[in-house]
Write a protein that binds this ligand. Structure first.
Ligand code: FAD
Length: 448
């Protein structure tokens, strides 16, 4: 089944409280994730348009996994039994101007939300590289953008509503529920079916985006902090060859006295005179506007434009978070592997993220630097390479992105989350029988 068929099938929402599974695919093709590297283990896909319909699915099925926009590369969203999509539940419920908060139905994407919020005079603090992903799926996996003062996207969540395995509708908020709330926000799909999310918003703002080419690696070693603090959101793209960062992307808020001055040369890198794709060979048509043209936050903070294929399309992705204090050593560790890495790579991206207090966040209590890999779609080769990278990064105790490919053992993974025992207890409280647990969660988190 191609992506369009999938979307068409999903759009056949049923308004009755009873949900018919959309399992009979017209062309008998299997349901896959966005990248096509994962075929979900069932074609039993339910779709809900209301809390009552969600309850109906949960009553009739022992195992259910909610699907967002299917952009994870690993099996965190997979199920052998039942998938549940909330795609039709994509309305903005309320904008609270005084509290600076927006409440959303869980199926909404950042691409749907951005223009609406902007039209109301508001913005989110940050976005990922693409707006195509669902807010619920992104926050559930601690998806992030860049910017050393910006927490990941889940840090904007101030309240959450979800239906538990027993059908109870639980409402948690940052203000009233303290630790339980902080445990639930990056929930990895393990606590229940998120139906509503409330996010912090701020007055809308404009951003100018500049791209520099050929930043010498030596400058990164000497001036990493200066470079990372040069913009509101900064990304370094490299193929690890020639001792250089191929492209430096600086996203600067248009605020009096704080904008980036964009000199023609910056730490030895040259200001680009045309829009660029992070993979320089690809057309920049898919990318957000650069060369300092001011634009609204939702059209500059992502690298890729809504309505166009983000990234390369045919690819795999991996990403490792290390403590910010180890940034240079970790970058140099990967650079040493360049001749093994580059043949399988489309591009790497290095970003910074502020610390937070969300239990299962990859930046829990530590400001992070992430080293991301967009791979050519050759899983056998990537699978052989990931342990080599993970070993090289092991002195820095890397935490892998929850939605991307990694080969760290479950025990290594578990050792990196001090709040994991509490998270497991929380999940068991809302889901004692493991209705929302799948192979990924059982193997990586819940195994004894
Ligand atoms: C091209 C591309 C670029 C990317 N760029 C970035 C980036 O810049 N930064 C970054 O951090 N990541 C990035 N990612 C990864 C991506 O953001 C994450 O994989 C994210 O989780 C995708 O959201 P989704 O809605 O597609 O999730 P899915 O893959 O559909 O689901 C992810 C998890 O969320 C759970 N979930 C979804 N909805 C609900 C709900 N309503 N209730 C309960 N659980 C739910 C699922 O069960 C699953 O466990 C990128 C991925 C791609 C394909």
């Amino acid at each position: 089944m191609n992506k369009r068929t999938f979307l068409n099938l999903l759009s056949t929402a049923i308004a009755s409280p009873v949900v018919a599974p959309l399992s009979a695919w017209a062309d008998k093709q299997k349901l896959t994730n966005w990248a096509g590297n994962l075929t979900y283990s069932t074609d039993h896909l339910h779709e809900a348009t209301s809390v009552d319909q969600i309850r109906s699915v949960l009553r009739s099925e022992n195992k259910v996994k909610v699907l967002g926009t299917r952009h994870c590369f690993n099996s965190i969203a997979d199920s052998r039994q039942n998938l549940l999509s909330l795609k039709p539940m994509h309305q903005v419920v309320a904008v609270n101007r005084e509290a600076r908060a927006v409440t959303l139905e869980a199926g909404i994407t950042y691409g749907q939300l951005g223009p609406y919020l902007d039209s109301q005079g508001f913005a989110l603090h940050n976005l990922a590289s693409l707006p195509h992903i669902s807010v619920a799926g992104a926050c559930s996996t601690a998806t992030h953008g860049s910017g050393e003062k910006n927490g990941n996207l889940a840090t904007a969540v101030s309240a959450l509503e979800f239906v538990t395995a027993s059908g109870e509708l639980v409402k948690l908020s940052r203000k009233s529920d303290g630790e339980v709330f902080r445990g639930a926000v990056v929930g990895l799909g393990a606590l229940g079916v998120i139906t509503r999310i409330t996010l912090d918003i701020q007055p809308t703002f404009s951003v100018r985006q500049y791209v520099y080419e050929n930043l010498p690696l030596a400058q990164i070693k000497e001036h990493f902090d200066d470079i990372q603090s040069s913009g509101y959101s900064v990304s370094l793209f490299t193929d690890w060859q020639k001792q250089r960062i191929n492209e430096l992307w600086i996203k600067s808020r248009v605020t009096d006295g704080q904008s980036f001055a964009a000199p023609p040369e910056f730490f030895g890198a040259k200001l680009a005179r045309r829009n660029l794709h992070p993979i320089a060979e690809l057309s920049a048509e898919n990318c957000t506007e650069q060369m300092g043209v001011p634009g609204p936050w939702y059209e500059r903070l992502p690298h890729f434009r809504m309505g166009f294929t983000p990234s390369a399309g045919k690819e795999l992705q991996s990403e490792y978070f290390v403590p910010r204090r180890n940034a240079i050593d970790a970058i140099l560790a990967v650079e040493r592997l360049r001749d093994q890495v580059t043949p399988h790579l489309l591009i790497s991206e290095i970003r910074t993220i502020a610390a937070d207090d969300l239990w299962m966040s990859t930046c829990y209590r530590q400001p992070g630097v992430t080293i991301h890999f967009t791979w050519k779609p050759d899983w056998p080769a990537v699978r052989r390479l990931l342990p080599v990278i993970e070993k090289e990064l092991s002195p820095f105790q890397p935490r892998p992105h929850w939605g991307k490919l990694f080969t760290l053992s479950p025990s290594e993974l578990r050792s990196r989350y001090e709040k994991l025992p509490d998270f497991i207890q929380l999940a068991k409280q809302y889901d004692p029988q493991g209705k929302f647990r799948n192979d990924f969660l059982n193997t990586n988190l819940f195994a004894d």
